[in-house]
Ligand binder design. Structure first.
Ligand code: MG
Length: 358
């Protein structure tokens, strides 16, 4: 090791940079902290460590074979949960940076926000919600995976702000800005929530066009008013959020209460576009048929593992939990193709002859 270098100077420099952020930004130095105290790192702030911990999980790796909209797509160009997650992180970082907020916190929360999604996207989530007495929501499961299940049942011991932003990242159906599961405690959490919506609306349009579920001519007026293509629409929405949320920079004084939001015009257009996607893509017949098959597989696996809890792989549930909870934790960790293959081996009729899954 080279002599005479004080690595703690790096940490001091990183924290100085955070000190120069907006007065409304979250700072890792004043984080509400972790459940268990840890020695600090000389090279990374607490939020940077959280981001790295999430990236290193097996649950993160499995996102590449989990459904975004189209189940187990055979073509390479469809968006999976992994690509979705990376795009959310990029949009969130751009907005956070533009508003002088904490980019590292936004990135960490974005990378973890969908880690609790099970196989078959929202269909898998609905099936588990019907089966578990306490219900099932992917945002709560994301927190559970990161805080309890990963790391051999120890959890990652993440900071409060990262877990809070992940728990509250989900939105209700009726409005792109609806609260759903609570307002995040930090503006960075609000950024992730809105970045999620911007990312999925745009890449889901691309995928729906690619799949032939819709054509360009089907796109509603709102889409064209936002831009002629994905690039323009993304740009319009991101710029709009930065302008409409400018108070978050603190440049207009600190006695305002900033929120992360759209302008009324773009908000209305984004909602119209979202309604169109629900009607024409998310609830589309062929999507629904595949979704029903996915749900049947989840129900089959759930019944199977409740009856055979000894076959739940170690490390995917907590041994002291009720058997239904353990089955749900195990199944929700599965990728689409793992669930299909396993259900097929176990004799589930809906898992037979799934295109592209050998
Ligand atoms: Mg998401």
């Amino acid at each position: 090791m080279a002599e005479g270098v004080d690595l703690w100077k790096v940490r001091a420099r990183l924290e100085d940079r955070e000190a120069a952020l907006s007065p409304f930004a979250a700072r890792s130095a004043t984080s509400r902290g972790r459940k268990r105290r840890e020695e600090p790192s000389p090279l990374r702030t607490e939020y940077q460590r959280d981001r790295d911990r999430i990236l290193h999980t097996k649950a993160f790796r499995r996102l590449k074979h989990k459904t975004q909209v189209f189940i187990a797509p055979q073509q390479d160009h469809f968006v999976t949960r992994m690509t979705h997650t990376l795009l959310v992180a990029q949009v969130a970082r751009t907005i956070a940076r533009a508003l002088n907020l904490n980019e590292d916190l936004a990135e960490a929360a974005a990378l973890g926000h969908d880690i609790g999604h099970g196989p078959f996207g929202h269909a898998g989530e609905e099936a588990l919600a019907e089966l578990l007495p306490e219900g099932f929501r992917h945002n709560y499961q994301s927190v559970r995976v990161l805080d309890r299940l990963e790391n051999g049942g120890q959890g990652l011991n993440l900071t409060f702000e990262v877990l809070d932003a992940i728990e509250k990242s989900s939105k209700a159906r009726e409005d792109i800005l609806a609260e759903g599961w609570g307002v995040p405690a930090t503006l960075e959490g609000q950024v992730v929530k809105i970045a999620d919506a911007i990312a999925y609306l745009n890449h889901d349009i691309d995928d729906a066009l690619r799949a032939g579920v819709i054509t360009e001519a089907d796109l509603p007026d709102a889409a064209w008013k936002l831009g002629a293509n994905t690039r323009e629409r993304l740009d319009t929405m991101i710029r709009d959020i930065v302008e409409a949320s400018w108070d978050a920079t603190g440049e207009r004084g600190t006695n305002v209460t900033p929120v992360i939001t759209f302008s009324p015009r773009v908000h209305a257009l984004a909602n119209d576009l979202r309604d169109f996607m629900f009607e024409r893509v998310y609830f589309y017949d062929a999507t629904r048929r595949e979704a029903e098959r996915g749900k049947a597989i989840v129900r089959f696996l759930f019944r199977y593992f409740v009856e055979h809890p000894e076959e739940i792989s170690p490390g995917f549930s907590l041994p002291e939990d009720p058997v239904e909870r353990r089955a749900a934790d195990y199944i929700s960790g599965m990728t689409d193709r793992f669930a299909i293959r396993l259900a097929r081996e176990l004799g589930c009729p809906e898992a037979l002859d799934w295109p592209g899954i050998a």
